[in-house]
Design a protein around this ligand. Structure first.
Ligand code: GLU
Length: 552
């Protein structure tokens, strides 16, 4: 027997050659500089914020260069497969505008010339390349049993280089006859790479995020096909990213340690390696230290969290870009109304130690995003959200959608719009006093506004208030009340001589504001008054008056 015969013996059903696949999946016809990136999830159904982040960076890298972003599903471990997982993950991405150009685009739905994009459907392809390696004497069947492998693991406890190499690679040089005897015997085998690495060899590569990296060359005879003929991640990565013509592999930095294996595989297979960008995990501050954002401990690790809370997708995307590139915020200041599509992600500017997740920052970013939206947009998006997550809010909106939109428009068209809303679930509280159903009176006062002054002010204002007033007339009425209750309409005058007055026009308006809204700080009170309507305004003023009368 020779290598060729051995290859035929190991892979009797494989009649194709690598050339066949090379021809079937030719290099892509793209412009110079176009990058081909991918997301390669295992179908667990869980989309971690870190996955979304990595995807956004991969997606932007492709889009910024008129390249291609595709999804390949790494489902070789059928035990871990979860029904409906792909749909959930793709939906999680599409919410943030990440829609693959090709690959798996729905549960069992694939588009693109490089199909199949499910690894479980690519067995013949992997085996063709595996067979070819055997033919060239570059890979060999290993018959070691799990018990033998365990023994080696124990024996290697104090070795610096672990795994199957050197003297541990017992089946690397088995004679053909011995191999034949074991095959005849029906012994299970895995296929191992016959590593060409040497102990003093070096693996050097230029990571697009971390820069130049040098590591010892791989000397392990790693498994490339498991005993069921399914490839390991290492082998599938090399074959798939080559045949799918990926130019840039962006993945978690837990894979850095495996790069020497990967580059060796690309070399042995005769493939040009892709460029790598290893992305550090998103971190979280805890007790003064840093740890990875955890699926178990942190609700915000789950991508669905943001939708549940009602963070608009624009905010989350914008926030992720602040995590990705520290210069994004400067860019945003210079390009306030530009689409983020225009911001080119720079891999070199990404954090090597892991960007820090900060909820306060996300909240700020989101307030900025929402304050620039039109009231119609805020209404539409928050109504969509409410229909799914807050039926009470949806019901309030449905009483009068035009009024709801007008409420959301208060102070929105100002030069400096207020930033009260960071996420849609802030809205019920923000607008609660605009609806009798949710209004909670609170008569606490601030400044010079005392219950005694409140009684005087409210008695006058109940008679004076007129919902047909324009803004000037409305404010005029408050000023007019001032001298009648011992206050001055002029704040400056009050400051010069505070002992001469019971308060100033600001105190008068505080009393009215508190009576109408239960709060001392609200957006424009004139607009609020108009939208509350006459009967509600009168009723709340009366209730407040009665309350203060009892208090004094
Ligand atoms: N399925 C691998 C993972 O989820 C993909 C890594 C890669 O992008 O190559 O970690």
């Amino acid at each position: 027997m020779d290598y060729k015969a051995l290859a035929g013996r190991l892979f009797p059903t494989i009649d194709k050659t690598p050339d066949y696949w090379e021809e079937k999946y030719p290099p892509r016809d793209l412009k110079d500089g176009a990058r081909v990136t991918r997301f390669a999830p295992s179908p667990t159904g869980f989309l971690h914020f870190g996955n979304l982040f990595t995807c956004l960076v991969s997606y932007k890298t492709a889009k910024d260069t008129n390249g291609v972003f595709y999804v390949r599903v790494e489902d070789t471990d059928q035990k871990r497969k979860v029904e409906g997982a792909i749909e959930v993950m793709l939906k999680g991405l599409s919410v943030y505008g990440i829609v693959p150009d090709e690959g798996v685009v729905g549960e069992d739905e694939q588009v693109g010339d490089y199909a199949p994009y499910y690894q479980s459907q690519r067995k013949e392809i992997y085996q063709t390349y595996a067979k070819s390696l055997v033919e060239q004497g570059l890979a060999y069947p290993c018959f070691m049993t799990p018990e033998e492998l365990d023994e080696i693991r124990t024996a290697q406890e104090n070795e610096s280089i672990k795994g199957i190499w050197g003297k541990w690679a017992k089946h690397r040089d088995l004679g053909f006859d011995e191999v034949e005897r074991r095959l005849e015997n029906g012994e299970a085998w895995t296929l191992r790479l016959k590593s060409p690495g040497t102990l003093d060899g070096k693996c050097r590569f230029d990571d697009l995020i971390r820069g130049k990296i040098e590591m010892p060359e791989n000397v392990q005879d790693v498994v490339i096909l498991k005993s069921d003929g399914i490839p390991t991640y290492h082998f599938a990565h090399a074959v798939d990213d080559h045949l799918m013509r990926t130019t840039h592999v962006m993945r978690g930095d837990e894979w850095i340690a495996s790069v020497p294996i990967h580059l060796q595989l690309f070399r042995v297979l005769g493939f040009k390696p892709p460029k790598y960008a290893h992305i550090a995990p998103i971190m979280k501050e805890e007790n003064g230290g840093k740890r990875k954002l955890s699926k178990r401990k942190d609700p915000e690790a789950k991508v669905t969290y943001y939708a549940e809370q009602g963070f608009p997708k624009e905010s989350v995307t914008e926030y992720m870009l602040t995590l990705a590139n520290s210069n994004f915020e400067d860019w945003r200041r210079m390009n306030q109304n530009e689409s983020i599509d225009k911001f080119p992600v720079n891999l070199k500017k990404m954090s090597v130690s892991g960007a820090l997740f900060d909820m306060v920052k996300l909240t700020d970013v989101s307030k900025n995003v929402i304050c620039k939206m039109s009231a119609d947009k805020v209404f539409d998006l928050s109504y969509e959200w409410a229909k799914e997550y807050d039926s009470d809010l949806a019901a309030l909106y449905e009483k009068d959608t035009a009024r709801a939109t007008a409420i959301l428009n208060i102070d929105r068209e100002n030069k400096k719009p207020r930033k009260d809303i960071a996420k849609w679930n802030d809205i019920p509280d923000y607008i609660s006093y605009m609806y009798d159903e949710t209004f909670v009176p609170c008569y606490d006062l601030t400044g010079n506004a005392t219950p005694a002054l409140a009684v005087k002010v409210l008695e006058k204002y109940i008679d004076a208030v007129n919902l047909d007033d324009d803004k000037d007339a409305w404010f005029g009425r408050m000023k007019d009340i001032c001298p009648l209750v011992g206050c001055t309409p002029n704040v400056k005058e009050y400051k010069q001589n505070p002992d001469a007055f019971a308060g100033h026009v600001g105190d008068v308006s505080t009393i009215i504001r508190v009576a109408l809204t239960g709060r001392t700080n609200t957006p424009d009170l004139f607009a609020i008054t108009a939208l509350l309507g006459e009967s509600t305004v009168k009723a709340r003023l009366e209730a407040a008056l009665n309350h203060y009368k009892e208090e004094v």
